[in-house]
Design a protein around this ligand. Structure first.
Ligand SMILES: [Zn+2]
Length: 268
């Protein structure tokens, strides 16, 4: 293996972990914003119900006032009937009274219907109150959790960034280090990751078979081999290839974040 390659593999594990942390830090406020929208929607729905309750109350006040007016009207009609002098006058006034009583009946039915609607609205108000309370509790809880998680992620990110910078500085010190880093950065920018394991004669990034000669070169660990002298790339996808004979028993256990590195390498 090329002397820079093992460090580039570790660098890639840090880069992937740093990206994961950055994505997570960016995603958490969006999740909280979605819960905030939900809480606001619940408040909006409750406002609609409260508005309907107020309208029903106003309607009933109007109905009751109309009924009171009609009752007074009937009293006045009765007085006129008592004072009437002709049968025609009496008949006409009695018609008026019948009409007023019918109108009172109609208004009383309307008031009853309004009360039934008000009862249903009270049930809706209770549900809307519960929805608002639930959404608020969830928002507060998730918001606090997100704040803590972001703070934790920032600490982790600072640590990973520190280790990345230290590792890059270490790589740069090797005679070929600057060139290796430039190649690594160029491929990582274009493809997201730069390094891929060769396994079972295949590139694990693109799954293409390697030519037998290339596969043999990759596995040749002698100092004169091509893979020890140059960074070999997959001829199909361009990822830098490495062969790790100790994949199942990692030798770089002393490297920090090895568990992450090993995990990522295994998933490639
Ligand atoms: Zn490939």
């Amino acid at each position: 293996m090329h002397p820079d390659l093992a460090r580039l593999i570790d660098l890639q594990a840090y880069d992937i972990e740093a990206k994961r942390l950055r994505d997570q830090i960016a995603a958490l406020p969006r999740q909280v914003a979605a819960l905030d929208t939900k809480a606001k929607a619940a408040v909006g729905q409750r406002a609609v119900v409260l508005d309907l309750i107020v309208k029903e109350e106003a309607l009933r006040r109007r109905i009751e006032s109309d009924i009171a007016d009609l009752r007074q009207k009937i009293v006045r009609i009765q007085k006129k009937i008592d004072a009437a002098t002709t049968a025609i006058q009496v008949t006409s006034l009695e018609h008026e009274a019948v009409f007023a009583r019918a109108e009172i009946n109609r208004l009383e039915d309307a008031e009853l219907e309004s009360m039934e609607r008000a009862e249903a609205l009270e049930v809706q108000r209770t549900l809307a109150d519960q929805a608002v309370a639930g959404a608020t509790v969830t928002l507060d809880k998730e918001s606090a959790r997100a704040t803590q998680a972001v703070a934790r992620d920032r600490v982790s990110l600072a640590e990973v960034d520190g280790r990345r910078a230290a590792l890059r500085a270490q790589i740069a010190q090797s005679p070929t280090g600057e060139a290796s880093l430039a190649i690594y950065d160029r491929i990582a920018r274009a493809k997201g990751t730069a390094v891929a394991q060769a396994l079972n004669q295949k590139c694990t990034a693109c799954q293409m078979m390697l030519r037998p000669q290339r596969w043999n070169d990759l596995r040749d660990n002698s100092p004169e081999s091509e893979s020890s002298q140059t960074l070999m790339a997959c001829e199909n996808c361009g990822h830098l290839l490495y062969y790790d004979p100790a994949r199942d028993a990692p030798q770089r256990a002393a490297v920090p974040f090895e568990s992450i590195a090993a995990q990522i390498v295994r998933s490639l």
